[in-house]
Design a protein around this ligand. Structure first.
Ligand code: NAD
Length: 481
């Protein structure tokens, strides 16, 4: 029995003006499990008008301390409903229930952190070189913020945008991915329970072309906070530029994980495996290019194969499963095509490379965790984002050789370095062209630190104090005495 959802606009549940719904599929069972409203530009306009009115209404007049208290309440409600939220998100994207539950709990912490920041956003008094005049700055909310997010971590990636934007006093029109629309609709209920005034948080569900582009081009939307692929990101940037609109773009990656011969190889092997195979490789920060120093290459690959061969594939709801299905059929086809590309390019498939279906796998589309060796950096499998459980292994000679290979790519989201040498760690972290560098760890993120990409991996930062700045205007006030 599928559940039929409605749009969430102005704290009310409403049918879409298109009169149409679309199905959300469970990637493991292959079944449509939810009917989701297909929002068109009229629905987007209604949501944006509500969000704009809230800026002029109770929300706009609320003190930052009161905003902070609401954000705290929301965080607590997310924690209390973590199981329910994780359940719907895991059904939508096929990720391990245990992994999503952890992510949802962490999502609550974003709201706590930004609740704490809300009433600490302050300007300064600026010295002026003239008598009887002084100047001060005020930070003000930009207005309505449109958030557009992908299917891999719907709640978490939305919180990265919504929590700082609300702390700064803005209002939100949120569009989740068409593949994972349900968890934001469940989250919307918690905004009502927490006591947010109408119009502060609105959810419209639909596709990039109709619904997403209507958000980006709406004149009352002042910032678009986008996470997704670089093709979608470029389109959003182009459309936003026509309206002189601010954007933050969190895009793709092909991040290098660099293992030196002086590293703790046991720790490094576990870090490399988590770096690439968590969430079935379907993460922007996946360490999908492994660079191993020549002298330990063969031994290290053996270690990786030994760990990977123990991974259990299956129903993401079961606690002993480590690898779930690929989230969507198009994504499955893409991953399989890259496995074939790698083979055709002459890379050696050292482990995996097969698809799994049938008994124990439901109707799911599984790709085995796959390790390619003999990869050269000019191969497509080394340069393009697969967004699946596929690791490309390359060899390097020394630090400068590793840097040359690591930086020779259009992406710059993240990088990992495994070494016991402090000098080496510092040398590498200064020269890697990436928004995040992990030394002897991988995939660490926190609400307190900025995250974002160099080069084609994006514009702007999420997380930490930096994220709030993306959603603020600064006003310079001159006072003569
Ligand atoms: P996608 O670009 O296809 O879709 C992302 C969102 O954008 C969806 O909601 C989609 O409906 C919308 N969209 C697409 N085209 C649009 C348009 N023209 N106008 C407005 N909205 C549009 O990405 P995806 O396949 O859902 O997600 C995978 C991608 O996301 C990967 O490339 C991955 O690296 C990236 N990602 C990046 C980060 C990060 O923080 N850097 C995090 C997670 C995922």
């Amino acid at each position: 029995m599928t559940k039929r959802y409605q749009l969430f606009i102005n704290n009310e549940w409403v049918d879409p003006q298109s009169g149409e719904w679309f199905s959300s599929l469970d990637p493991f069972s292959g079944e449509a499990w939810a009917e989701v409203p297909l929002a068109n530009e009229n629905d987007v306009d209604q949501a944006v008008q509500a969000a704009s009115a809230a800026m002029d209404g109770a929300w706009g007049k609320m003190s930052a301390t009161d905003r902070s208290m609401l954000l705290h309440k929301l965080g607590a409600l997310i924690e209390a409903h973590a199981d329910e939220l994780a359940d719907v998100e895991s059904r939508d994207n096929g990720k391990l229930k245990s992994e999503v539950t952890g992510q949802v709990r962490y999502t609550a912490k974003y709201f706590y952190y930004y609740a704490g920041l809300a009433d600490k956003i302050q300007g300064s008094v600026i010295p002026i070189d003239k008598p009887k005049v002084f100047n001060y700055t005020r930070y003000e909310p930009v207005g309505v913020v449109g958030t557009i997010t992908p299917w891999n971590s719907s709640l978490l990636l939305t919180a990265w945008k919504v929590a700082p934007a609300l702390a700064a006093g803005n209002t939100i029109v949120a569009k989740p991915s068409e593949h994972t629309p349900v968890s934001l609709l469940v989250l919307a209920d918690l905004f009502v329970k927490a006591g947010f005034p109408p119009g502060v948080f609105n959810v419209v569900t639909g596709f990039g072309k109709g619904c997403g582009e209507a958000i980006v081009t709406h004149p009352l939307v002042k910032v678009v906070a986008f996470t997704g692929g670089d093709e979608g990101g470029r389109k959003v940037n182009e459309l936003a530029a026509k309206h002189l609109k601010r954007v933050t773009l969190e895009l793709g990656g092909k991040s290098p994980n660099i293992v030196f011969d002086d590293a703790d190889l046991t720790r490094a092997a576990n870090g490399v495996i988590t770096g690439i195979f968590s969430a079935g490789g379907q993460t922007c920060m996946a360490g999908s290019r492994l660079l191993v120093q020549e002298s330990v290459h063969d031994e290290f690959v053996e270690r990786l194969i030994s760990i990977t061969s123990k991974a259990k594939l299956g129903d993401p709801k079961l606690p002993d499963v480590q690898v779930g299905p690929v989230a969507t059929k198009p994504q499955f086809d893409k991953v399989v095509s890259y496995v074939n590309v790698a083979k055709a390019e002459g890379a050696t498939c050292a482990f995996g490379g097969n698809v799994r279906t049938g008994l124990g796998f439901g109707a799911g589309q599984f790709v085995e965790p796959t390790i390619f060796t003999d990869v050269r950096n000019d191969m497509r499998i080394a340069q393009e984002e697969v967004f699946g459980p596929v690791l490309s292994v390359l060899r390097f000679k020394d630090e400068d050789d590793a840097l040359r290979i690591a930086n020779d790519i259009r992406f710059g989201l993240a990088a990992g370095v495994w070494t016991k040498s402090l000098h080496r760690a510092m040398y590498m972290s200064e020269r890697l062209k990436a928004g995040t560098v992990w030394i002897n760890n991988y995939r660490s993120t926190s609400f307190t630190t900025p995250f974002g990409g160099y080069k084609d991996s994006g514009l702007g930062r999420e997380g930490g104090v930096e994220a709030v700045k993306e959603f603020l205007e600064v006003k310079s006030v001159w006072v003569s005495t």
